[in-house]
Every structure is written in C-alpha cells, then in structure tokens.
Design a protein around this ligand. Sequence first.
Ligand SMILES: Cc1cc2nc3c(=O)[nH]c(=O)nc-3n(C[C@H](O)[C@H](O)[C@H](O)COP(=O)(O)OP(=O)(O)OC[C@H]3O[C@@H](n4cnc5c(N)ncnc54)[C@H](O)[C@@H]3O)c2cc1C
Length: 405
Amino acid sequence: MDLNYPPEAEAFREEIREWLADNVPADGTRPTPEEWNDTLFAGGWICATWPAEYGGKGLSTIQAVVLAEEFERAGVALRADFFGDTLVGPTILKWGTEEQKREFLPQILSGRISWCQGFSEPDAGSDLASVKTKAELDGDEWVIHGQKLWTTQAHEADYIFLLARTDPEAPKHAGISYLLVPMKQPGIEVRPIRQPDGSAEFNEVFFDGARCPRDAVVGGVNNGWTVAMTTLGFERGTSATTGYRRFKKEVDDLIERAQGNGRAADPIVRQGLAAAWSKVKIMQINGFRSLTSALAGPDGGTDRGVAALAATNKMFWSEYHQEVMDLAIDILGMEGQVLTGSGEPEFVPGYGLRRTLPGYPVSVLQSSFFFSRSETIWGGTAQIQRNIVGERILGLPREPRLGRS
Ligand SMILES: Cc1cc2nc3c(=O)[nH]c(=O)nc-3n(C[C@H](O)[C@H](O)[C@H](O)COP(=O)(O)OP(=O)(O)OC[C@H]3O[C@@H](n4cnc5c(N)ncnc54)[C@H](O)[C@@H]3O)c2cc1C
C-alpha cells in the first residue's frame, strides 16, 4: 500500500479545485441534475478516463482518483447516469465495435440517452448464466422474446443492455449474447414493481417480438458472458478511495446525534459506534490497497486481483451498512418511527439524489436504512461475493456448478 500520491497528481488536484471553485455555487444553492450534467459535460469531467477521441480526457487512474476525491470533498456528483456512464459505456469502450463507440459513447456523455440493465430474470439472478430470454435472427434484426426482472429505471430508459440466449444448443455460458436494444418500441412492456414506501424504481420487462439491429451485439455473438463479467466488474466498485467518505460522513453524523440525544451514554450504542468508526477506517485503508493494486499493473493489478478485491469490498461495505443503519434507527429512538423528511429529493454526497416521496417523506437516514436492505443483493449478493473471495483469494476448492460447461 502506498499512501503518497505523485506530485503530478497533486498538481492535477489544484486544477480540479479551481474548476470546482469556479463552477459550484458558493451560496450553497444546488443546480438541477440536468443543469449540473451540462456543466460537467462542458468541463469534460464525465468519464474523463475515456480517450479524447470518444469525448473523454484520457485521464490516468491516479488522476481519476484525485478527480473523484475532489468532487466528493466538494459534495457534488461526478456522473450523469449510472447505467450509462459507469456500466454500459465502459463496456462498449472495451468490447464495442468502432461504429458502436461512435454511435453510443457521445450520447452517454452528453446524457442524451439513458439506460437500464437487463440481466436478471425470474430464474436467473445469482445463477445469471441460466438466462432464458432468447434472441433469434430475422434478416438483419434480432427478434427478442422473454422476461427480465428487477430492471431499475426501465420505465425511463431509452435503451436496455440485455443478455439473451442466441444459441440454445451451446453450453449455458457459451450461448449468450449482449445486446443493445431500444426500449421505446411495441414489443416491450414495462410493469413497475411497487415497493413498501410506494415508489416503483424497478420493473418487470416483457419482450414479445422486440427488435434490434443485427450489429447491436457487443463483443461478438455468443460471447455475452465474458462481456457481462466486464460490466459486473464495473458495478462492484471502482470508487476505491472515495467510497468510504460517504460512510464516514454518515457515522460522524450519527455520533453527533447520539451525543445530542443522550444515547451516546449507553455502552451498547458506544460500542456500536466505535465498531462502525473502525470499519469505516478499514474501508479507507482497503481503498488504498485496491488503488495500489490497480496501479501496480500486470502482477498486482491483474483483472483477477482487482475483481477479487472489488468482491471483498462490496461484501464488506454492504454488510457494514446494514449493521450501522440498524444502529442509526436505534439511536434515533422514537424519532426513527415517524416520517421526518421533506418529501423533496435530497442530495447525499457520495450517493447522489436520495429520493423520497411526498406521500411518504422519509428522512435521509430512514431512506438509507430501507435502501441498505438491498445493498447485499444488487450487483451480486454478499454470498456470491464470498464465493468469489473463497475461490479467487483464499484458493478454496471451487463450488460445484451444476450444468456448467
Ligand atoms: C435494488 C435492486 C436493484 C436491482 N437492479 C437490477 C437491474 O437494474 N438489472 C438487473 O438485471 N438486476 C437488478 N437487480 C437484481 C439483482 O442483480 C439480483 O437480485 C441478484 O443478482 C440476486 O439474484 P436473485 O434475486 O435472483 O436471488 P437468487 O439468486 O435466487 O438468490 C437467493 C438467495 O440464495 C443465495 N445464493 C444463490 N446462489 C448461491 C450460491 N451459489 N452460493 C451461496 N448462496 C447462493 C443468494 O445469495 C440469496 O441470498 C436488482 C436488485 C436489487 C435488490
């Protein structure tokens, strides 16, 4: 682990600070997400690691880390659309054809198109290679039939990146393709899934003869499994040295509340807060480990090593967050049981806009409490991360995989 940043990274930090000072309103007012997106786009900061020919700035890994740290410190978002610029964009950059890069990447950067992720199905979540949605060629188009589940933002998205079976005869990991499919067409029906607080962020998506062009396959026909693993790698975390900051702010806030309402006098609460604070420190240090590993290049920074650390970190922070949110509700006491939010979306540094509904106005902490239940599930469950850690880091025998080729 190396805690020192090279001088050129610190010089770059100054550049970012100046830009932020010029562009973030000093009076505390917040631009709308659309306005901020335009400002970010004009500054060239969205996906700034991408090569300049695709709209990025070609930043190095360490520059990208410094950029993320400074935005985090300023409490402003660095992304436009998670599914576009964090998941499918980098995947297209790695696997896409030149035509796909030229068509999609500029639109992702400018926020002109939004995306959703069509991986999970009723019988394919952790066992993702069991997807049954199928795509068949009809002339120059793929025709898609099947169903996706838990598709976040499908009701708003312009495109879905989906896994479909394109060779039913091949072993299950080998017959899958990764397709880019327009959402606004007659063969697609989106049905919202209502959550206990009344919101409906994710959906069931039904495909009945939906179509996309033959060349909308990313990474080659029947190579979708490998391409999907690239996307999941991005989903499991690249915010090595910034991820912990959101948790640090949260735990500092909790300590203040516990001191304010007297709960800090309770030894159990004190113990919980001390454990939480220590785990945030561990996250910070593990962030430096991940960064050192990513910077180390071929040996220390193999895709495998980075993926294994990402799995460890995802497991650690998601389980940590559930524990600390239980503690938070305990500290809030009776206040935790009543709805004290404004009903307006609030910006949470490191997270983005935290939704709350006018009819169910949860506070930021209450909303985090609810959402933390899902954090050990999305992007691969905590148990699946444990399997990855067991097999790739600890070298334990591989889990038996039924039907695996
Ligand atoms: C908030 C949220 C948003 C989501 N958004 C999207 C989205 O936009 N697009 C999308 O495609 N999906 C999305 N998902 C779905 C998510 O990817 C799946 O829920 C997840 O992969 C788990 O799959 P599953 O729900 O089918 O559970 P299952 O795979 O059925 O798992 C059930 C339980 O069994 C355990 N288990 C399963 N297999 C093993 C094993 N081999 N070893 C040990 N334990 C095992 C799991 O850990 C879990 O506890 C979202 C989920 C959530 C919660």
